[in-house]
Write a protein that binds this ligand. Structure first.
Ligand code: ZN
Length: 1078
């Protein structure tokens, strides 16, 4: 069978015998290039569609009356304050400034009679800066962006009555991306002025506007569909027919043009109906507005950006029923709630309607490399609690589209915070290796997983172009598992969010998919959660990625803005200590109230400063002036709270004391034994468990000093105690000998604690990046002769000066303290750096006689291993990595850890360990890191592999014992620590956090319903990556114990008997327990 063609009707026989005229082929490129001309500016703009966009325009008085009040200095007054001022007449064409000032305009509009019946009336305002439209009753209506980006505000019908109507416009003298001079990442120009270009009532021709979008998108199909597809050729043809049909001045011809467009985009693009075809979509569009909580503008401006952007989005929702919008950062919601209550109510209504989707579950879109484990926990705790208390719902998706890399415990912490999904796209910026997946299961150190999706359009600020929709398929890397993707569109970074153009373009994209095909079908109306719900059903088949999502760019952010990072570390330590001590105090003395409000305020500040442009160091100078003040306030509150607690515990702060009167405050949960200086010359040993430690006399054995310092030849010193012998020569350590292991650690001819300086000019992003080639510019810094600094019975030290340049220098003190039996001794280095360089990078090196192809680095609640070699490009890409309190290079049986008190950048290349100290980028902060810095680090050798010895010493290095004084009775109250892991517990277990339950009735802030009784929450983790068992013992009157998640929801009851309960953790598990007090 086969070969038969069904009978066809014959053509009618009027086919002419002779060709009447020549007909040519469309020359593709010429006919294609013609399309753009039809709707763009340029020499023909008065002859094309562009000239017919408006039916009429009126400006100036009496229709548009403008007056202005200039807010003093850089103040940002409220509406109420502003409108009570005297406004002065002003006209279009005037300039306003300088940078960061605010100008309030009173705009009185009177629609002329001839415009009253026009189809669409808008007010167009372009001040080339950001602005916010308010109604005369003080409700923010909509944001404005200058430069033609978002300049239209639709006039309400009530304005068509021929009477005068008043609105206010709050003009901010900054662009969407701040006030950078020339290039937006350059430091702000303090004297930028903005011209008011436009303030007019416009009668828009809706047909022209719609046709504009029609031909834009069909033109994109002609430009971007493959040339060997009929779909491309058809697009070309339709566009050219439209252009030929257009008649200048004939508004009816616009309708005819639109009719032609339907041939390509279908009949339904004028409404949300276009999405009702019932055909299976692949691309899910979600509106989004990324607002950096600070960046090229200060925090204060962000608060206004939120009001502007989200008001605009609520307005779009009223006009586009298909439109759904997702936005993260509880902090921004809180700002809106406090500063713009009516705008917040409007948002709340949209949230209730299911159109405005709070997402992310975290306080801000924070950095994830540097915050401590507990900080990450609090990002979720404070974030989810805000969302729950204000919107009745927690978030399911963790949302960090723009953060600079993702640390390895995040999936576990997400799961423990009620989130199973994660969205990012930043890894598409990798400049060495291409990340291989779009949709996958991301697995934490402990094995917990979340579904991760990285939108294949590779942006979180898509313009909703035809190309964005197309790339959602063409760049999708997980098509074997699932072909769907999210398209996250809307103006962002500086805020803004989607515009009406985005929504119109997407309608047409959908029309094309259903009418012509070839373009992946985009859908609107779903939430991000809907998208992930679909994925979750098939997640078992997704590929996996274990461990950190290392970002192959922005490696300089581990070091830039050193002071800010130091404040972050100090604040984390302070908050940990305070919560522990306040918990103890509140249980000891019922008249003492656990300072929840203060602690919440402190945490919220610290969490905000962990925003992904603040802590990483990529913001302008103004931001760091603010954050310095914010941290100062945190430390001031801490000092006040600490004093209150000390009163409850019956102890006093002292500078100097005696063995008999003194005690030591210890906030770490293990037996501690340390030398403490009790006066200028004397030291004692603080020893014991629990918060208050007794002092003992520091005993010497016979005539031998506990620690010695000898000058062995001119400028060469040997510092020695019972464990270590350190040879220092011109500031460097030329020998570090472990007496007990009988082992030399510095390879012959090498120098540890050697400062090195590098040229540091990355390809573009100065504050963000250090590029691989900087390694080729390494220069060791020579130092002057070393001198004796101190010789005391418990400690000796030497001092060295190092000249970096005529402007910069370092003073370094290398110390060795008396070694205590059973305590690993280490060499401590403290430096004072005077830093005034330009595009230089200062590091300190430690070549060690250890061989391993992997080094270990502390990360949140665990350890991450990274290569010490450059075998592959993936290995090489990690030439600079993030490390918390320690980095370690160990071989079988022995290793060396480098501890630090405030640093995050590290590298281990071969056997050289390298701590990053200071950078000097000049953009976006021209003065980043200039000035004086105090930095401490230590070299900790250890027998055996990386163990709890390093984990604990690193903690101790960051939480030094504090000297106090108290009567003997004070000590009596803590003969046993109130809560601790018993001695037979695995030493890998760390009892990290001790705090009161969030909703305990005596401290509840009422955010969520209070719970009866009092409770204590403990967080314990396995720090080394093995099964870890132990016993928690407490003297508190505990009635029941629950295992809880990070949000303190009860998961299961734990057996509690005789003041004890057992813990049994997976490798790197983070476990939380709630102790209900009697
Ligand atoms: Zn961002």
């Amino acid at each position: 069978m086969g070969g038969q063609t069904p009978a066809q009707e014959r053509p009618r026989s009027d086919y002419p015998l002779r060709a009447p005229k020549p007909v040519g082929q469309m020359i593709s490129n010429i006919y294609r290039d013609r399309i753009n001309q039809f709707y763009s500016g340029g020499q023909y703009e008065h002859q094309t569609l562009r000239s017919m966009m408006n039916e009429a325009v009126v400006s100036g008085e009496p229709h548009v009356q403008l007056s202005v009040w200039h807010a003093p200095g850089q103040t940002r007054p409220t509406f109420k304050d502003a409108v009570s001022q005297v406004f002065n007449r002003v006209t279009v064409g005037e300039w306003f400034g300088p940078s960061w000032t605010t100008h309030w305009f009173k705009v009185v509009l009177k629609v002329p009679a001839e415009l009253r019946d026009k189809r669409l009336l808008e007010f167009h305002w372009d001040s080339n800066s950001e602005g916010l439209v308010w109604n005369e009753h003080g409700h923010p209506l909509q944001g404005l962006t200058g430069g033609g980006e978002r300049v239209e505000w639709i006039l309400p019908d009530s304005f068509r009555d021929g009477k005068e109507h008043t609105i206010y416009i709050e003009m901010a003298c900054n662009g969407m991306f701040g006030n950078g001079s020339g290039d937006s990442i350059q430091p702000p120009d303090p004297n930028r002025w903005f011209r008011l270009d436009k303030a007019e009532i416009v009668a828009v021709d809706p047909d022209a506007r719609q046709l504009y979008i029609d031909i834009w998108i069909i033109g994109d199909a002609a430009r971007e569909f493959p040339q060997d597809s009929w779909e491309q050729h058809k697009a070309l043809k339709v566009c050219n027919e439209i252009i030929d049909t257009f008649e200048l001045g004939n508004r009816e011809s616009l309708k005819a043009c639109r009719k032609l467009a339907e041939d390509y985009i279908g009949h339904h693009v004028n409404s949300a109906k276009v999405y009702d075809s019932g055909k299976e979509p692949l691309v899910f569009g979600i509106g989004h507005c990324h607002i950096d909580s600070c960046w090229l503008w200060p925090f204060a401006e962000t608060k206004r950006k939120v009001a502007r952007s989200w008001s605009s989005q609520c307005d779009l929702m009223d006009r586009y029923p298909e439109y759904n919008f997702a936005c993260s950062q509880a902090q921004q919601y809180k700002w809106l709630k406090e500063l713009y209550p009516s705008a917040f109510d409007r948002v709340k209504k949209k949230v209730a309607e299911g159109r405005f989707h709070p997402i992310g579950g975290s306080w801000v879109e924070h950095d994830t490399n540097m915050p401590s484990g507990e900080s990450l926990v609090r990002q979720f705790l404070y974030g989810q609690r805000f969302f729950e208390s204000n919107f009745g719902k927690r978030c399911q998706t963790f949302w960090l589209p723009d953060t600079f890399g993702y640390s390895s415990q995040l999936p576990q912490l997400c799961r423990l915070s009620g989130m199973t999904r994660f969205l990012t796209q930043k890894l598409s910026w990798n400049n060495i290796n291409r990340f291989p997946h779009t949709t996958f299961n991301w697995v934490a150190l402990d094995g917990s997983q979340v579904i991760c999706h990285m939108p294949p359009s590779e942006t979180y600020t898509a313009e909703a172009h035809f190309g964005d929709v197309k790339r959602s398929m063409s760049q999708h890397k997980s098509l074997d598992q699932d072909a769907t993707s999210l398209l996250v569109f809307g103006k962002g970074d500086g805020g803004g969010g989607p515009t009406w153009q985005h929504l119109e373009k997407l309608r047409r994209c959908r029309g094309i998919s259903d009418t012509v095909g070839l373009l992946p079908r985009v859908h609107m109306g779903n939430s991000v959660d809907d998208f992930f719900d679909r994925l979750e059903r098939k997640a078992a088949s997704f590929v996996t990625w274990y461990g950190e999502l290392y970002f192959e760019l922005h490696r300089g952010t581990y070091t830039t803005q050193s002071n800010n990072k130091r404040n972050n570390r100090r604040a984390e330590v302070t908050l940990r200590d305070l919560e522990l001590l306040a918990t103890i105090a509140s249980i000891k003395d019922k008249s003492y109230t656990y300072p929840k409000k203060d602690l919440d305020a402190m945490w919220e500040t610290v969490l905000l400063c962990q925003f992904h442009d603040c802590l990483p160091g990529s913001s302008i100078e103004m931001v760091y002036r603010d954050s310095d003040e914010m941290y100062a306030e945190v430390f001031k509150t801490a000092h006040r709270l600490f004093k209150d607690i000390m009163k409850v515990l019956g102890v006093a702060e002292v500078q100097s004391t005696t063995v008999a009167d003194g005690i030591a405050l210890n906030t770490l949960p293990w037996h501690r034994k340390e030398v403490v200086a009790i006066s200028e010359h004397d030291a004692a040993v603080a020893c014991g468990n629990g918060p208050l430690l007794k002092l003992r006399t520091l005993k010497t054995s016979g005539d031998e000093p506990l620690v010695s310092l000898d000058q062995v030849s001119k400028g060469v010193f040997v510092l020695a105690n019972e464990q270590l012998k350190v040879k220092v020569e011109a500031g460097t350590i030329t020998s570090l000998y472990d007496k007990l292991a009988e082992r030399e650690l510095i390879p012959k001819g090498h120098k540890a604690n050697q400062y090195v300086i590098f040229d540091d000019k990355p390809l573009y992003w100065q504050a963000w990046d250090v590029e691989v080639y900087h390694l080729d510019t390494r220069k060791p810094l020579p130092s002057s002769e070393t001198q004796v600094h101190e010789i005391k019975s418990h400690r000796v030290s030497v001092v060295t000066h190092t000249k970096i340049s005529d402007a910069s220098s370092i003073k370094t003190i290398i110390s060795l303290s008396a070694a205590l039996p059973g305590q690993q001794s280490y060499v401590e280095i403290s430096s004072e750096v005077e830093w005034h360089e330009t595009m230089k990078f200062l590091k300190v090196e430690f070549p060690v006689d250890i061989r391993n192809t992997e080094a270990s680095y502390e990360t949140q609640f665990g350890i991450v291993k990274r290569p010490t070699h450059y075998n592959t490009t993936w290995d090489m890409a990690k030439f600079e990595v993030c490390s918390h309190r320690f980095a370690d290079l160990s071989e079988h049986g022995y290793g060396v850890s480098i501890l630090n008190d405030s640093k995050y950048g590290f590298a281990t290349a071969g056997n050289v360990m390298r701590l990053s100290l200071l950078r000097s980028p000049k953009a976006p902060d021209a003065h980043a890191d200039m000035g004086t810095h105090h930095i401490r680090w230590a070299i900790l050798p250890h027998r055996g592999a990386l163990s709890h010895v390093t984990v604990r010493k690193a903690f101790e290095f960051n939480n030094p014992i504090k000297l106090l004084s108290a009567p003997a009775a004070a000590l009596q109250q803590f003969t046993q620590p109130p809560v601790h892991l018993t001695e037979d517990s695995s030493p890998a277990l760390v009892l990290d956090t001790v705090k009161r339950g969030e909703d305990d009735e005596d401290i509840s802030t009422g955010e969520l319903p209070a719970k009866p009784g009092r409770s204590v929450v403990l967080r314990i983790y396995d720090s080394l990556g093995g099964r870890a068992r132990g016993t928690v013992a407490t003297t508190w009157p505990v009635k029941r114990v629950w295992k809880v998640n990070l949000l303190e929801d009860e998961l299961e009851e734990v057996v509690f008997r005789d003041g004890r309960f057992a813990v049994d953790l997976r490798p790197f598990e983070v476990a939380s327990f709630k102790l209900e007090l009697a």
